[in-house]
Design a protein. Structure first.
Length: 256
């Protein structure tokens, strides 16, 4: 199954790469900052058509077309372009994210960094890899020497949950913060040891189904903001190398 997920992610990536930088239709979803393009829809159609051909009995949860649920023990969770705003503006930081669950547990996760042509993959109990390279989280245990990454929800202008204050606090207590615009790639860089910690509110299942597994299989830790177990429907995500996890939770706690 992993090989088939890699195959379809790469095929969708070709559709996206072909559309990058071209003229395409852009629509708004919930507000003017939440975009969807015709390329998102085309890539998703390619993925869903493949699943329905190869695994016709499996259920599907996709960002653009919603849920196609049944009584299957398998669920495919799909984000055809994670980082649509970047894509629409010509910024080459976006990915295809596909997670496959069995009985509610993610057993396979693929994130394809399209423009870098990097295929991140993880299998439950089998480790996380970038191609043939086995991934491992960083070793740093001091938050002040850590490089962090985050993202902002679409309602950031209302500053829910003191997001601006929390960002400022982390900025003053770390080496730096990056904001890439693709949650799936953020998870990959935690798994790769590029970033030491990542936090974000209000992600969707398709943003993190693959990414959570990648971090865990690379030896990292993923919880909510109070150290509780998460699933793909959780609205608080804290992912780290495990060694700065409690330090990040302290920063979050004092900004609640």
């Amino acid at each position: 199954m992993v090989e088939k997920v890699v195959e379809i992610a790469r095929t969708a990536g070709e559709v996206i790469r072909e559309g990058f930088g071209k003229n395409f239709q852009v629509d708004f979803k919930t507000n003017e900052t939440n975009l969807v393009t015709e390329i998102d829809k085309k890539a998703e159609e390619v993925i869903i058509s493949y699943i329905q051909k190869e695994f016709p009995a499996h259920a599907i949860l996709a960002e653009e077309s919603g849920a196609k649920l049944n009584d299957s023990e398998y669920l495919w969770v799909i984000d055809p372009i994670d980082g649509t705003t970047n894509f629409a503006h010509g910024l080459p930081i976006f990915s295809v994210s596909i997670g496959v669950q069995k009985n509610g547990e993610t057993i396979c996760g693929i994130v394809y960094d399209v423009m870098m042509d990097r295929m991140y993959q993880a299998e439950k109990g089998g480790g996380a890899f970038l191609g043939d390279l086995k991934l491992k989280v960083s070793d740093g245990d001091n938050l002040k020497q850590s490089l962090l990454v985050t993202g902002f929800p679409y309602d950031i202008r209302e500053n829910p949950r003191n997001i601006k204050e929390l960002f400022s606090d982390f900025m003053m207590n770390s080496r730096g913060i990056r904001r890439l615009g693709s949650a799936a790639i953020d998870f990959c860089y935690i798994a790769s040891g590029v970033f030491d910690g990542y936090w974000e509110y209000s992600l969707n299942p398709w943003d993190m189904a693959a990414g959570i597994l990648l971090v865990q299989e690379a030896g990292g830790k993923v919880t909510n903001f109070t150290d509780e177990t998460v699933n793909i429907y959780s609205k608080q995500i804290l992912a780290s190398n495990g060694k700065i996890h409690w330090q990040m939770m302290e920063i979050i706690k004092r900004n609640e």
